[in-house]
Design a protein around this ligand. Structure first.
Ligand SMILES: [Fe+2]
Length: 239
């Protein structure tokens, strides 16, 4: 059984509580003895060097950890202080690949040719080992208008790639600050909940409220036995 956590949207520097919430989640998931931790984007709220320094310190954990940028990030700064924008973790039982879907100056996402080429190459390395593909932007609408307008553009480019790699088990994203479960290209698509804030849909207005700090941060815990993927969504109770 492989067990790995997915946390998303820590937005360091975006609010006074971001670093504390991210620290609480990272400390907790690092204590679980998991095989890996994935962080699916929006690391530094303003893409400032000092925000990345804080994030890098928080992400210095014992568990193997990989991370990709989100729309709030800047790849040049990310590259300097966090690492490459595309990252892969090759475990015995699974390949975990995170791809950069950020577009400079834009909130929507897009997978550039070179990113797709990187992902294609990584997935081609070990076709016999199940793989998970992560990125920041969901490639399908979630029914949240604010988020759907800034989702992944031209998702068929990713779908075409996934069709060539039938060993991919699921696609994992962030960006919505709320957990969601759907499908994409015939695969499960799991959207991790947010750390810095948690989105709510107001019953009264059907408007999505992106900033709700009174709810706890949360993460996704993925369990994969080689056949089925089970995802648990877990809140962290802040002391
Ligand atoms: Fe975000």
């Amino acid at each position: 059984m492989v067990a790995f956590a997915q946390i998303s949207d820590i937005h360091i520097g975006g609010t006074p509580v971001s670093a504390d919430r991210a620290a609480a989640v990272l400390r907790h998931v690092d204590s679980l003895g998991l095989d890996a931790i994935l962080v699916t984007g929006d690391i530094a709220d303003h893409a400032l060097p000092e925000e990345y320094d804080t994030a890098a310190a928080l992400m210095r954990v014992a568990t193997p950890l990989i991370v990709c940028p989100g729309n709030h990030d800047s790849v040049p700064e990310f590259d300097k202080r966090i690492g490459p924008a595309n990252q892969v973790l090759r475990l015995d039982e699974v390949t975990l690949a995170l791809a950069d879907s950020s577009v400079p100056g834009q909130a929507y996402g897009f997978l550039a040719d070179q990113t797709l080429a990187w992902l294609d190459g990584v997935l081609a390395e070990r076709p016999e080992v199940p793989a998970f593909v992560g990125l920041h932007h969901p490639p399908v609408p979630l029914g949240i208008p604010y988020v759907d307008e800034i989702g992944l553009r031209e998702p068929e480019r990713l779908a075409g790639l996934l069709a060539r790699h039938p060993h991919v088990v699921a696609v994992l994203t962030g960006h919505a600050h709320t957990s969601a479960q759907t499908s994409f290209a015939g695969l499960p698509l799991v959207v991790a909940p947010g750390v810095v804030s948690t989105g709510l849909t107001s019953r009264e207005t059907a408007e999505w409220i992106p900033i709700a700090y009174d709810l706890p941060p949360a993460f996704a815990l993925h369990l994969f036995d080689g056949g089925n993927l089970v995802t648990h969504f877990r809140p962290i109770i802040l002391k």
